[in-house]
Each structure stands twice: as structure tokens, then as C-alpha cells.
Design a protein around this ligand. Structure first.
Ligand code: GLC
Length: 659
């Protein structure tokens, strides 16, 4: 059914440009038109349960999926599509029209408390995973919200701090994920809290014009919750919907219309897009159906976790022997660790413990859970003697990262991006008692492992792996699943070895003077300049129980694309999967480029002692840079090296082509 602007009075139109008086619906004027129901979050539904008086009592339980970090560490965008379809079922069950996700903000700084929700430090990985996630949702008639547009890369001062970014960096790094994800035609975009170059994004006409006129976004642009400080300026900049409703915003806008500061045409442009979303959701409702049970979704979320958990270090202690005697300690072995803030999910039931999951998959082994040491005991009474004499000692620890704050997080946190000291002590004391100590980490972003990494035999990076994540961890520790996840952010030695740490910031501005050199691009440049690059584990790093070799690189340069072919051989006796990365490096270029940039990737199954042929297509986007001189994307002729890699610091094959 079509809703015509002319059917509404001016006052109704003004009212329509903010949510209903609750947090999650658009205005419906008491049923004059349908209301759109939107809900968090990117890694599981957080729909409110209301009292008779309409107060939000609590979040209704839902399936908790692995976070954006673990999803992208699968290096398999089809799993992002699948996660979108699973979340669509959750939404259909709860009558949600719009899911407020995915978040594609660049992980510029590991101290950011919200990195767990996002995908990567790399714009291509971030954009591809956001795009497929949106497709999975919208192919099932649930609208996605691509967020937070843009440059919201820290939680400190997010409501006002200005991200100061140059034009080329904006286009190639921070807006790029939104541009790639735009291929999925998201029905809505959420603008961010912060300012960019001194102007609040919630009233940034230049950025909103870029979104609509250059990136081609034609859906509804909503504010982040409480991000609008001047509703009139916000409407004039093209933000259609202030969320949630604010009386001040309504009065501001009403006064601005009466004074003529905001024209009827500006009001109507936004009203049209609100009505378009209302109509779209009304058309989509009858098309929706539930395709899976909740347990199917939990099993699928476990499978995604199995593909995204990263084996960082293994001196041979893993996989565990079938008859191993193993001690388990650390609070994360029992408590479901996930990020906090708007993406939190209330579980239907308590998540299974690691011990119960291990006992299920390793009936011949013996596990003792040393529950004396959780997150809060003082380091000094830590004597994990249960670890003595065991075949392996598992220490399960993590950080409780959260939206709204940056790290260190949690009451017992140590400095910077270290684990809380009590956890470091538990690791160190266990390692002194058992050389086969394996640390299982449940964290939202890179941590500083320097105090203990050389003293342990193995490290498994579980991230926030979702409701059945412990099943996934158990399957990897037991060897039932061969780990294939790889990092999508650089793990620096500590928080000083990052591009962000070199930039000026204070309580009002955050200067992105690192420019294009974010993440591995910055670490590459340090190495090129013979400076310490401070990498603990590089972008793209992840071990397997298999070993892979790369060979037979062929490059076929055609008129409008470059085809790259190579072979991967699995030299082990264990079937495995390998995420191969393709970087490009401009040689003797006339404009500045990072030393290498990821432009494609593919994860392939390679059978034991077998081979897989990989073919990857590089389009002109892979060779383009944003030219501020000509205000457009440009390709530079000259030599360009194609690098095939297992990680940013493990180049396996390369060849040079002439562009
Ligand atoms: C929050 C978040 C946003 C979320 C919204 C609704 O502050 O920044 O991602 O969707 O408000 O909870």
C-alpha cells in the first residue's frame, strides 16, 4: 500500500521524522500507518519485553552468534551470508522488521572497546563481510542497517570527538567498507555519533551527500541513538530519522519549519524515505517465513565459530591426545564471555562449559576443572597445582570489552591492552607447573601477550565465539575440527605499536595522521623504514593441523581484469582449509601507496596429501586509488607486483605485471 505525503499534516510530517516515543519503532499515529519495528544487534537479537505500561523490562532471550571479529576470521563470506539468513529467522520470530547491523567500522586501534562487533582493520575484508551479511538478511525480507557511517573508531568521547581525516584516506579506508557493502543495497544506514573534520556526522551534509550521490544509497538514513543535537540541521543534511524520539528535537524542527529555516521540500524528502521504508516493510512481512529451528541456528553458529577460531601458537601440544589427562582453569571456561553494550544477547539457557564439551568429544580423556581461580581472585593466592603432571593444562581467560568505553575494560583490567593481572599470573604460574600449558583466549580484540606468550605451548584465539562457542573450542582442541581461522586484525606487541598510537588525539579531536597506513599497512611501513614494527601475530595469521605449500602461479592479464591462478598443496595427512590472500604492491608509483594492500582472498578445502587449484579475479578496483587531484578513482600505469600470501608476513608466491 502506498502512503502519500499529502495524507499527512505538516505537524504529522515533523513527528514522522523521529521514532515513536519508545526506542524501537517508527511513528504510526495510533494506527494511521504501520509502524516499523527495529532492533539490535549484529550478533543476536536484543528485542525488549515490555510491561503493560510499556516499560522495557528486559531483553528477550535469543541465539547468540559469534561476533564480527570471529565471523570475519573465517575468511569465508558465505558464512556472513548464512549468518544473515539465520538472524533473519530470529527477526521473523520476534516480528522485527529492521536489524540494526552489521557494523563495518575499521579497527584502527586495538584499544577501541567495540572492535569485537566489527570485522577488520582492512577496508576490503570489512566491506565484503558487511555486504554478504546484508544480502543474507535482505534476501529473507528483513531490512539491514549498515552502520556506523563513519569514522567511529573509538568509544572514548564518541558523542563529540572529531575524527580528522583527509579526503583520500576517507575514501580508500573509512568510507570504502560502506561503498563495497552498498552493492547489497542496504535498506537503511545508521550515521555515527562522532564528528568528522569538525562537523557532527548526524548533520554532515557533505558526508550524507557522498553517501547518497556518490555511493548510491537510496534508503533511509537514521541517526545513532541520541546522536542528533540539532534536528533542523540534521534534516537539512539528509538524515531522515532521529532515533529515538526527543521532545527537544521535535520542537527544534517545528520551530525551524515555522521560521522557514527548514523548507517543506526538505521535510518531504525525508518523509518520503520514512514512508518508503514503512511500505517496504509492509510488503515484506507476508513474504517472510521461518526456515530453521533455534537449535539449527545454534549449531550453525557453532560451525561459524569453528571456522573463525584462530590457532595462534602450537608447539605440537594440540590436538590433545585421545586419552589425555587435562586440567582446566580460568573463569572463561564456565562463563559465556561476550561483548557488552547494544550488541549483548540474553541467552535462552546457560552456555555449555568447556569441560562438558570436551568430555563429550573426548570420552577417553580425563578433565579436571580447577574452579578455584576465576576472574577476581587476587594473583597471589594462585597456585594452580591441578596442572602438575597433566598431559596439558588449559587456561581459559578473556577480556570483557564493551561499547561505550575503551580498553582496558572491566574492573580487574591491567594497563593498555593486557589481560587483567590475575589472569596473566594464572597463565604464568600454570606454565611454571606444566610445560604443556595452552591458553584459550576469549577477547574482543588484540591483547598484549608479551608477559607470557613465550612460556606457553599453545594459544587458541576464541574471540567472542557465541552461545555454542565452547563446543567449537572443544572440537578444535580435540582435533575433531582442523582449525582454519585467520586474524583479520594485526596483533601488536602492545598498544604503542599501532598507527593510532603515533597520532595526536585529545579530548576533542582524533587526528588520523596515519592516513592510509592503518593496520598491516603501517607495520609494513615500519619494516620498510627499518623501525621496529612490533607485530606479535600478523594480519592473516592462523595455524592449522595441516601444512600447506603454494605453487604454479599464473597471471593472465586481460582487458578488464587480471586472473590469478595458483595451486595449494596439503602436505599433511589431515584434510584442511586454507585462506589464501592476494595483495598488490605498486612499484615506482607516481603517487603514494602502502607497501601492499589486500585486494582479494579465497578459502579453499585441500584434502590430505592433495591439491586445490585457486583462481581469483582482480577487477580494476583492485588497482585503483582515490585521486584527490581529479576527485575520482584512478588507475596508474606502471609495474605492479601481485603477492600470494598465507598471511601479511608470509608471502608465498609473487610476480610483476605491467598495468
Ligand atoms: C547504540 C549503538 C548502535 C545501536 C543503537 C541502538 O548506541 O551505537 O549501534 O544500534 O544505539 O541500541
Amino acid at each position: 500500500m502506498r502512503f502519500h505525503i499529502s495524507a499527512f499534516t505538516m505537524d504529522e510530517k515533523i513527528r514522522l521524522l523521529a521514532g515513536r516515543s519508545d526506542n524501537w519503532h517508527t511513528e504510526d499515529f495510533g494506527g494511521k500507518l504501520p509502524s516499523v519495528f527495529m532492533s539490535d544487534g549484529p550478533i543476536g537479537l536484543r528485542t525488549p519485553v515490555y510491561s503493560e505500561k510499556g516499560e522495557e523490562l528486559y531483553d528477550s532471550p535469543a541465539v547468540a552468534y559469534p561476533d564480527g571479529q570471529v565471523l570475519s576470521q573465517t575468511w569465508d563470506p558465505t558464512l556472513a551470508y548464512e549468518m544473515g539468513t539465520l538472524l533473519a529467522d530470529d527477526c521473523v520470530e520476534k516480528g522485527v522488521d529492521v536489524l540494526l547491523g552489521p557494523g563495518v567500522n575499521i579497527k584502527r586501534d586495538p584499544i577501541c572497546g567495540r572492535n569485537f562487533e566489527y570485522f577488520s582493520e582492512d577496508p576490503y575484508v570489512s566491506g565484503v563481510f558487511g555486504r554478504e551479511y546484508i544480502r543474507g538478511l535482505q534476501d529473507n525480507h528483513i531490512s539491514a542497517t549498515l552502520k556506523h557511517y563513519c569514522c567511529n573508531n573509538l568509544e572514548y568521547g564518541r558523542l563529540w570527538v572529531s575524527s580528522e581525516v583527509d579526503e583520500r584516506t576517507l575514501r580508500e579506508v573509512y568510507v570504502r567498507p560502506f561503498e563495497i557493502a552498498m552493492e547489497a543495497k542496504p535498506h537503511t544506514v545508521m550515521s555515527s555519533y562522532n564528528a568528522v573534520n569538525g562537523v557532527k556526522v548526524s548533520q554532515h551534509k557533505k558526508l550524507n551527500d557522498l553517501l547518497r550521490n556518490t555511493l548510491g544509497f537510496d534508503g533511509l538514513l537514521m541517526s545513532d541513538w541520541g546522536a542528533v543535537v540539532d534536528h533542523a540541521a540534521s534534516v537539512k543534511s539528509g538524515v531522515d530519522l532521529e532515533m529515538p524520539y526527543s521532545q527537544a528535537g521535535y520542537e527544534q524542527l517545528k520551530a525551524a519549519v515555522e521560521s522557514g529555516e527548514v523548507t517543506e521540500a526538505e521535510i518531504d524528502a525525508c518523509v518520503r524515505r520514512v514512508l518508503d521504508l514503512v511500505e517496504l516493510c509492509q510488503e515484506n512481512r507476508p513474504k517472510r517465513s521461518i526456515k530453521t529451528t533455534a537449535d539449527h541456528r545454534r549449531k550453525a553458529s557453532q560451525r561459524i565459530a569453528e571456522e573463525g577460531i584462530v590457532l595462534l601458537k602450537n608447539n605440537g601440544v594440540l590436538p590433545l591426545k585421545a586419552d589425555a589427562r587435562v586440567s582446566i582453569s580460568g573463569g572463561a571456561a564456565t562463563d559465556y564471555i561476550c561483548g557488552a553494550g547494544s550488541s549483548r544477547v540474553r541467552l535462552q539457557d546457560k552456555a555449555p562449559t568447556l569441560k562438558s564439551c570436551l568430555e563429550q568429544v573426548m570420552p577417553g580423556a580425563v578433565f579436571t576443572h580447577d574452579s578455584r581461580y576465576s576472574f577476581v581472585c587476587s594473583p597471589w593466592d594462585c597456585v594452580p597445582d591441578e596442572a602438575i603432571g597433566k598431559d596439558a593444562a588449559l587456561v581459559c581467560v578473556g577480556t570483557e570489552d564493551s561499547e561505550g568505553g575503551d580498553r582496558p575494560c572491566g574492573a580487574t583490567a591491567a594497563s593498555g591492552i593486557r589481560l587483567p593481572e590475575v589472569m596473566e599470573e594464572l597463565i604464568l604460574r600454570t606454565a611454571r607447573l606444566n610445560p604443556n600449558t595452552v591458553v584459550v583466549l576469549y577477547c574482543g580484540a588484540a591483547i598484549d601477550m608479551t608477559r607470557w606468550i613465550d612460556k606457553v605451548a599453545g594459544v587458541v584465539w576464541a574471540g567472542y565465539c557465541g552461545e555454542w562457542g565452547q563446543k567449537a573450542v572443544a572440537n578444535i582442541l580435540s582435533g575433531k575440527v582442523n582449525p582454519s581461522g585467520k586474524l583479520t586484525e594485526t596483533f601488536p606487541l602492545d598498544e604503542t605499536y599501532t598507527s593510532a598510537a603515533q597520532c595526536y588525539r585529545d579530548s576533542m579531536v582524533n587526528v588520523y595522521s596515519d592516513g592510509l597506513l592503518v593496520g598491516y599497512r603501517w607495520h609494513d611501513m615500519q619494516k620498510f623504514l627499518d623501525r621496529p614494527s612490533g607485530v606479535q601475530f600478523p594480519f592473516g595469521h592462523g595455524l592449522s593441523y595441516s601444512q600447506f605449500t603454494y605453487s604454479d602461479l599464473e597471471i593472465d592479464k586481460q582487458a578488464d581484469k587480471v586472473l590469478v591462478r595458483f595451486q595449494i598443496t596439503n602436505t599433511s595427512s589431515v584434510d584442511g582449509k586454507e585462506a589464501a590472500q592476494v595483495y598488490i604492491r605498486h612499484i615506482r608509483s607516481k603517487v603514494f601507496h602502502p607497501k601492499k594492500e589486500l585486494k582479494a582472498f579465497q578459502k579453499v578445502f585441500v584434502p590430505a596429501s592433495g591439491r586445490a587449484e585457486v583462481e581469483i579475479e582482480l577487477t580494476k578496483d583492485a588497482f585503483s586509488y582515490y585521486s584527490v587531484a581529479t576527485d575520482g578513482w584512478s588507475i596508474e600505469t606502471g609495474e605492479c607486483e601481485i603477492l600470494i600470501a598465507a598471511s601479511a608476513e608470509d608471502i608465498r608466491l609473487s610476480n610483476i605485471i605491467q598495468l
